[in-house]
Design a protein around this ligand. Structure first.
Ligand code: MG
Length: 404
């Protein structure tokens, strides 16, 4: 029995982790659940999965949750960053699923690694903001980090059983998002509601907007660089609208290995939960005859400047990726609340990056203060009176129901 601590259980990834855990109850039990503000769903999850520990954003939510769950059950209800860290480092957890949204996921992920827990990593910001530090800590602690994101799971699977020195290139595929074929002018008229309709993946709002701007792909490049320890030059982004190939690895002899599946998050999630075993998920295979052809194209960096900015931040390194990520969080938040247009997201990120003097060899506090500064400066850029704080972006979004 593998005991799971799920950080961000009410988000899109968290809910799908629980679907897989529920389908294979003989293999997985749930020892901790954490959420931000969505205590209604969290209460349901608590009743169903009976964890030992549950964590919410603040004390008031903790009080409310206590009233919602049956009193006789032994359940520890914690709150805030200390609570998230405690859930991440819980003695009774064998595997920590890091699926909080945004930079709020960084410190709990580090807590899990420091506690020597195997981490199934869905939170992108942990590696984007502090990739070197996170991977160094994991190496020192002998901790495995198993990717949950579909692209990184694909690369992880394509690398398995091959010699690292034979690797020539990683091809990170991108669906292109819902705005792929919109003209630059049309992008100006895009509302949050329009951008939230992703053609293939059903995900939370932050990542859906990041997919629409291609910032998500940029963040994934940075993540892949750290996760697989490859230089940026070896990572190529390719648009693949059918989303059947989830990424590919090219070897020295010209062989290309790809991982294909239906675009269902349960595939990479189940693999991360059960690695190196594969679970009988019994999902429909992609209907290749129906799909007919797989197409590929280069990403348009002019139309989607967020991808170019992310690649630039990766090239610069130091604190720049953390600044990119935090500025983007603030800008996406401003877009989702109708304070700026879609195309302003890239402009705000660029504005913040241009003002930042990257700090070499940053430690965790350098990274966190650069991110705080970036959020404030992005607020300036979006004319926000008060930018969101680091904890306001926990996996509290209700998301969009079931998974494709
Ligand atoms: Mg992805």
């Amino acid at each position: 029995m593998k005991r799971l601590s799920i950080l961000g259980s009410t988000g899109s990834v968290g809910r799908n982790v629980l679907r897989v855990a529920d389908q294979f109850r003989e293999r997985f039990s749930v020892t901790a659940l954490t959420a931000g503000r969505n205590i209604e769903l969290l209460a349901e999850q608590v009743m169903h999965f009976t964890p030992e520990v549950v964590v919410v954003l603040d004390e008031d939510l903790a009080r409310q949750l206590k009233k919602m769950v049956t009193a006789e059950r032994h359940l520890e209800i914690l709150h805030g960053l200390d609570g998230y860290r405690a859930a991440a480092a819980l003695n009774s957890a064998d595997l920590v699923v890091s699926a909080m949204v945004g930079s709020a996921g960084l410190l709990p992920t580090i807590a899990a690694i420091e506690a020597g827990k195997t981490v199934a990593l869905a939170n992108k910001e942990s590696l984007v903001m502090a990739g070197e530090l996170v991977m160094d800590t994991a190496r020192k602690k002998g901790v495995s980090i198993i990717p949950v994101d579909s692209e990184h799971s694909a690369i992880f699977q394509c690398l398995a059983g091959h010699r690292r020195q034979d690797l020539k290139q990683i091809i990170l595929t991108a669906s292109g998002g819902p705005l792929l074929d919109k003209s630059a002018e049309e992008l100006d008229g895009i509302t949050p509601e329009m951008a939230l309709c992703h053609p293939t993946w059903k995900m939370g709002p932050k990542i859906t907007i990041d997919s629409a701007t291609l910032m998500n792909k940029g963040l994934e490049v940075i993540e892949a660089k750290w996760l697989f320890d490859v230089p940026l030059e070896l990572i190529r982004v390719m648009i693949h609208p059918e989303s059947v190939i989830h990424s590919m690895v090219v070897y020295q002899d010209g062989s290309v290995i790809a991982q294909l599946s239906s675009p269902d998050m349960r595939v990479p999630i189940a693999y991360a939960l059960s690695y190196p075993e594969r679970l009988p998920l019994e999902l429909p295979l992609p209907d290749f005859v129906d799909i007919g052809s797989l197409t590929f194209r280069e990403p348009d960096l002019e139309k989607f400047p967020c991808l170019a900015l992310a690649l630039e931040a990766c090239r610069i390194g130091m604190t720049m990726p953390a600044v990119l990520s935090a500025a983007n969080e603030a800008a996406v938040d401003a877009f989702l609340s109708h304070r700026i247009g879609l195309r302003r997201i890239g402009e705000v990120v660029e504005y913040v990056m241009a003002k930042h003097k990257p700090i070499p060899n940053p430690d965790l506090s350098d990274i966190l203060s650069a991110a705080d500064w970036a959020r404030l400066t992005a607020g300036e850029g979006t004319r926000l009176p008060s930018p969101p704080t680091v904890y306001s972006l926990c996996a509290s979004e209700p998301g969009n129901g079931g998974q494709v």
